[in-house]
Design a protein. Structure first.
Length: 94
């Protein structure tokens, strides 16, 4: 969706309030010794499912169950992992 779409749903004060809430959540996670990225990191089980082409939906479903992320965020995380695995690695020449 375009930036214009979101600006019709949220005004400037909403953006500021969301930014403050995100900052507070980050502070809470830091005090608990957690990183916000840890919440969305793929588990080994999800990675295993994601490497099987017909199991992508199961990987997304499991990731959502494990992390509580939304459908779009979980699908994006699994897709990014799959894409990274398919990317050919450059040979290093010495």
């Amino acid at each position: 969706m375009s930036q214009g779409f979101w600006s019709t749903l949220f005004n400037r004060s909403d953006h500021d309030r969301i930014r403050r809430l995100e900052s507070k959540v980050d502070s809470i996670l830091a005090q608990l010794g957690m990183d916000s990225d840890e919440q969305t990191a793929l588990s080994d089980e999800v990675k295993s499912l994601a490497t099987q082409p017909r199991k992508k939906f199961a990987a997304v479903k499991l990731h959502r169950a494990q992390t509580g992320t939304g459908l779009n965020e979980a699908e994006a995380a699994v897709s990014a992992y799959i894409h990274a695995q398919r990317k050919p690695k450059r040979a290093t020449h010495i």
